[in-house]
Design a protein around this ligand. Structure first.
Ligand code: B12
Length: 136
């Protein structure tokens, strides 16, 4: 069986490393080929890793509150790089402070993210979505 490949990492100048390790552990145990580019990763790092490994999904974490700035333009960069159809997920604490999550989600959806998770969503809760989106 060919394993589906998921690129994970923490975007921007964000150094929060613990959740990233838990995500890797959970996805590997769920049977995925995980490419972990770690913390302090740029949009280009994610996209290059996805191209090199022919990934099915890019899962972006942002914990420090600057997710919106860090993620803006990522779908456009995917399109320019020839991976226009790649699935993009984002989660963690993606904006600063408490904001109405419906609005936050809408903004990230408009930016081209397929799935946008509110603070406090564990990776286990996203496993069903991953299965569905990867057609498993
Ligand atoms: C430890 C910690 C730090 C450490 C990090 C050490 C390290 N190298 O990891 C240090 C001290 C360095 C730090 C620094 C800062 N931190 Co800090 N930090 C924390 C803290 C206390 C715990 C983070 C953690 O490890 N949690 C445990 C892991 C398991 O959980 P997690 O990271 O949330 O990840 C899980 C989920 O988010 C989810 N998830 C993550 N990504 C994704 C993606 C998808 C698609 C899905 C589905 C799920 C998902 O799954 C993960 C695994 O279960 C949190 C508060 C908290 N209780 O969360 C603040 C917190 C994240 N930090 C915060 C802030 C503001 C900062 C600083 C900006 C503070 C400052 N002014 O300097 C800096 C930023 C530094 C930087 N450049 O990144 C804020 C962010 C606020 C926001 N976004 O609105 C928080 C929430 C504290 C707070 N309540 O204000 N921090």
């Amino acid at each position: 069986m060919i394993l589906k490949t998921i690129v994970i990492g923490v975007i921007g100048a964000d150094v929060h490393a613990v959740g990233n390790k838990i995500i890797e552990y959970t996805l590997v145990n769920s049977g995925y080929n995980v490419v972990n580019i770690g913390v302090l990763s740029s949009q280009e790092d994610f996209i290059n890793a996805a191209i090199e490994t022919d990934a099915d999904l890019i899962m972006v974490s942002s914990l420090y509150g600057h997710g919106e700035i860090d993620c803006r333009g990522m779908r456009e960069k995917c399109i320019e790089s020839g991976i226009e159809d790649i699935l993009l997920y984002v989660g963690g604490n993606i904006v600063v402070g408490k904001q109405d999550f419906d609005e936050v989600k809408e903004r990230f959806n408009e930016m081209g993210f397929n799935r946008v998770y509110p603070p406090g969503t564990s990776i286990d809760e996203a496993l069903e979505d991953i299965k569905e989106d990867l057609g498993e």
